[in-house]
Design a protein around this ligand. Structure first.
Ligand code: SAM
Length: 277
């Protein structure tokens, strides 16, 4: 088989273009493609979808390992290329915005797996969109900007720990697979990328309404540098003395900052504030 770089070069010669507005940076490294394939759960009986197949380099590698897969792409021109280049493979190419994709429409009530070198302009909304479909997805292996991967995987106390870390970690176990340099793509992006694996599973002990939980998490991070007493008073629109009393009533110091709180502590805090709306 042609290498990823040769394949891309050939398609570019015949008119394929990379559209920046669609986040198109195509993989040209066979090693990185192989690492993504190895990190993914590819099993005969687990339905597979790739988000944003682009020119199809990763798609070719994935399709060789499964009896059938779906590939969801927004760019009509790339759909034409995929239909022509990958016609020998068992792939159903879907022309759709992945942000509107309902996995149930692909594989009904089964639990499937997702792979994608994601378009960077919508990484977080895409990750959240698929985490919300936890009853139809067992996990995903995705390429994202390294900076986003660091935020997703960040533990409490680290500079990059925030709403995205918490939102992902209450739904999935995060594993970093590898960092990927700009030279692995055509055209080369300005930033370093990273492959991560998310295994979807409910966070142990998480047992509250997500809306109430995130209302408090968002308020706490609304002024990251401020103490909890100040950021929650501002973010929730409550009097500071009431907020301080409430925080202290659950044994948390109001002088701490949001980035130091574990998910368990946020839950305790959010429960304390859930009646105070
Ligand atoms: N998988 C290919 C590769 O690794 O070479 C292409 C990856 S490229 C970073 C992202 C792909 O996502 C592009 O093909 C782009 O057209 C597609 N894309 C962008 N926005 C999309 C959306 N909302 N829904 C589906 N695909 C989208």
């Amino acid at each position: 088989m042609e290498s990823a770089a040769e394949y891309t070069q050939r398609l570019v010669k015949y008119g394929a273009r990379a559209h920046k507005s669609l986040g198109q940076n195509f993989l040209i490294s066979d090693e990185v493609i192989e690492s993504i394939v190895l990190a993914s759960t590819l099993q005969q009986d687990v339905p597979l979808v790739e988000i944003g197949p682009g020119l199809g380099v990763l798609t070719r590698a994935l399709a060789k390992r499964v009896p059938k897969m779906w590939a969801v792409e927004l760019d009509n021109h790339k759909i034409g290329i995929l239909n022509k280049e990958l016609k020998e493979y068992p792939i159903e190419i879907v022309h759709q915005d992945a942000l509107k994709l309902d996995l149930k429409d692909l594989w009904g009530d089964k639990m499937g797996y997702l792979v994608g070198n994601l378009p960077y302009y919508i990484t977080s909304p895409l990750v959240m969109h698929f985490l919300e479909q936890e009853t139809h997805l067992s996990g995903m292996t995705i390429m994202v900007q390294k900076e986003v991967a660091d935020r997703i995987a960040a533990p409490p106390g680290s500079k990059t720990y925030g709403i995205l870390s918490i939102a992902v970690q209450i739904s999935a176990k995060v594993t970093k697979v590898m960092d990927v340099p700009p030279s692995a793509f055509w055209p080369a992006p300005k930033v370093t990328s990273a492959v991560i694996r998310l295994d979807l599973r409910p966070y142990q002990g998480f047992n509250m309404n997500r809306k109430d939980f995130f209302r408090v998490v968002k308020a706490a991070f609304s002024q990251r540098r401020k103490t909890l007493g100040n950021s929650l008073a501002g973010g929730l629109g409550l009097k500071k003395e009431d907020v301080v009393e409430r925080i202290q009533s659950v044994g948390i110091s109001d002088g701490r900052r949001a980035e130091s709180l574990s998910i368990e502590e946020f839950q305790v805090l959010a429960k304390a504030f859930s009646e105070l709306k």
